[in-house]
Design a protein around this ligand. Sequence first.
Ligand SMILES: Cc1ncc(COP(=O)(O)O)c(C=O)c1O
Length: 406
Amino acid sequence: MRLKDTGLTAAELKAQVKKYMIETYERMDFVADSAEGVYMYDENGEAYLDFYAGIAVNTLGNCHPAVVKAVQEQAATIMHTFNYPYTIPQAVLSKEICETIGMDKVFYQNSGAEANEAMIKMARKWGIENIGPDAWHIITAKKSFHGRTFGAMTATGQPDSAIQKGFGDLTPGFVYADYNDLESFKAAYVEGKTCAIMFEPVQGEGGVWPAKEEFIKGIREFCDEKGILLCLDEVQAGWGRCGEFMCYQTYGVQPDIVSMAKAMGGGMPIGGIACNDKAASAFGPGTHGSTYAGHPVACAASLAVLRELKAGNWAANAKAMGDYFAEELLKIPGVVAERHRGLFVGAVLEDGISAVEVKRACIRNKFLVTAIGTSIIRMVPPLVITKENVDEACARLAKSIAEVKG
Ligand SMILES: Cc1ncc(COP(=O)(O)O)c(C=O)c1O
């Protein structure tokens, strides 16, 4: 549906949203009317360079033809069934995911938060069955982000944030340790109580912090030594963004369970976990489920994404473009540092330059990015970008920073 089909002006549409919707988001002041490739178009046909990708979702760019075709064909064949009959997209996708990332089993969900709920539930049940009745506690990282459902928001190590405050009692069983600090995680472990360690291999909301090599490898060894599970949240980092299909593959470390979503659907809502047989043993009939999980249309879209990511070698492009982007960012006046893993990129702004103001200026300059905290601009563009797109992004960012500096 396009704005012109509604008979509304942009101002009327915005007023309608304010009247009829509960608004928890700071809206960008334009209507997303259509999109193609690395551009989104507003109601006036103005092009926005999209380095936001619907928050790391549109990994092949907006409306990629292979994804659109898969959605259209599947929607016209069989749209929804629930999980009682076997469905073809689920079956084919599960095998291809497992073979691509070295896992044994997949369980589908509909979003990142739900994927993390599944991971948390599996880890807790596994702990109780394999370690002991009290072994359902999970160590997660401070400044993490795992989603907005009760389990995921409690796993999120941000106790003073709007994510957690004001909702009454949270889910018991989480303790927080310092990210990238092996000793802090070791100190949080309690024999007979801890069942798992869970963190993002790149902290996004925390400010784009990739895990240090020695940290992630040390955690794997520690989990093996103590007989507990390593659970990675790759909702944002997975599916090509960090330079391999999964981010953990860039470290040569295999988790027991990994959660995924966002790019997995290339624009369709889908999430899930992949895990080894050991962890999967905790789930049996009736232990977990969801009406829409493994939806045929979402799975068909996901299969198209997986095949296109591999055929186009887009993870390698993400690595090459990420490295180039990082070099170019450091040439921009007002950018004092960069952090990246592939195309999971953060530009750190000079003290006194507000990231939120720069983000707003970027949007005015038709460049879509997010701000994290006071000083970081986060960019998670489609993995199909070219050097020309990166150059254009840097020019728009430089202009926006200069405008904010005055
Ligand atoms: C690392 C991570 N985990 C979980 C989530 C939650 O995913 P969703 O918004 O699909 O529930 C996000 C979303 O930004 C995320 O970045």
